[in-house]
Design a protein around this ligand. Sequence first.
Ligand code: SF4
Ligand code: SF3
Length: 554
Amino acid sequence: MSSEMFCFQCEEVLKGVSCISAGTCGKRAPLSARMDLLIFMIKGLCVVADTIRRQGGLVDPRTDRIVVESLFSTMTNVNFDDLDIERRCVNAMELRYEMMQQAHIDGISLPDTDEVNWFGLPIDFAEKARTVGILHEPDMEVRGYKEFIVYGLKGMCAYLYHAMNVGTDDSGIHHFIQKAMCRVTLGLGSSEEWYTLLLEVGRWGLKAMALLDKAYTSRLGIPRQSEVSARTRRRPGILVSGHDMGDLLQLLEQCERSGVDVYTHGEMLPAHHYPELRRFHCLAGNYGNSWWEQHHEFDAFHGPILMTSDCLVPLYIREGYQNRLYTTGPVSYPGARHIKEDASGLKDFSRLIEQAKKYAAPEDLGGVAMVGGFSHLQLARRLDKIVRLLKEDKIRQIVVIAGCDGRMAYRQYYTDLARRLPHDTLILTCGCVKYRFIRNGFGHIESLPRVLDLGQCNDFYSLFVFVRMLREALGLSDVNDLPIVYNVAWYEQKSVVILLAMLHLGIRNIRLGPTLPPFITESMYELLQRDFGLQTIGTVEEDIRRYEFSLTEA
Ligand code: SF4
Ligand code: SF3
């Protein structure tokens, strides 16, 4: 069967199998082809870089950023700009050429593979792309492993990129990414080797998440519990969506005395809990909900919108905010203006600020304030109390409902699950799935809010730290003996690296939903069930019954 494209990297994949003529996300076949080619180019670059490094040669320092930004740009809902992806293909190819010349001079021999040897002009790209897509790997099992690994690496790159954007980096993580891409390209001998590499992605993914946690807390301070307003002010505003706190910091610095306010959207909500962001008077509040509701929310906002990462939804013809849409970093959208950084990493947001002044204040959506800021540093302060409440049976179970949101109606599961859990369960959340339930008024257990919002999806790291703290406090040797159950909602590739990090930590019996990733083959799923008890979600009733059962049994 021939199709115009093949993409199965996200949860909204067509019929749970593959998008074959256009993506549910809005990705069209020509863009999909260019992204396939960009992955091919990055594979070639990584083979060259990893080989040179293993033979003691010097790798061009531009490699790290090109690899990280390129992989990030191919994630779901990040980049819809054919020309931008094409430009990234050219950059990767040119850098590979330069490094190959140097390797030749240094007497370093490189693997003889198409990803290393192919060079072409942009006019050749479309034809070449037809030969390098996902289906180029004929073995379904190997294809599944390769893509699972590449998607995990994409998620890792997103987190690494955000850390780099506030001046923190770790060469070890870059080297691993390049090594893993090299292995995916050159192939491994057995399923066991693929499985080992897959779990290794989780180990390094955890390091990337820890790095980002350190980057944000050292630059922006320790998040504090606080309430975030959902109301609007009277001044014009700029709306920031995505995940990048570094971009937000720069924007706030430039807005502070401009008469323009800044609002967060979607996954930028946790910005309000960082002291170094909160101190800006122009940081007004949070506007709207999770990513998939952006069409009508961006419309109602009136002012400029800055997308710093996923999740950007393509505009319909009738959407009036195209001339107010700005992108930055790995994000690009045809017709939207792109804010570049200069050589020292500074971004000039004056165009947004000047444009904002021409518009009325945002329309008030009448939202309810949200409480958050429960990073691991805050949970540490409440640890004694949580331990006591557990021992006194005032907290019966801790239920993690965290990860991605999505637009499909079946995601109502997460709202219903949170609502129908017994009142003596403590809910830990992070990522945009929280918008499904966080405003529902869950009350408190003693003075502890029943829903604790740890932050963005990368703040799963806080969950991992909390799990370790709680295990130590309860004197348990195995994390799986804790009274915690995990319900992880996936959508894009950051949730892939999160899942792999959880497996690396030995967390068992994760309920992954709302559907099983299409790149996990039957035999891989059997393996993950055997080793980690990985399961998909059932109905709300079934899952609550199961959780309660495990409790009474304990
Ligand atoms: Fe389909 Fe998701 Fe790929 Fe978009 S990213 S084309 S929705 S699988
Ligand atoms: Fe959400 Fe895209 Fe994944 Fe960061 S904003 S969790 S889906």
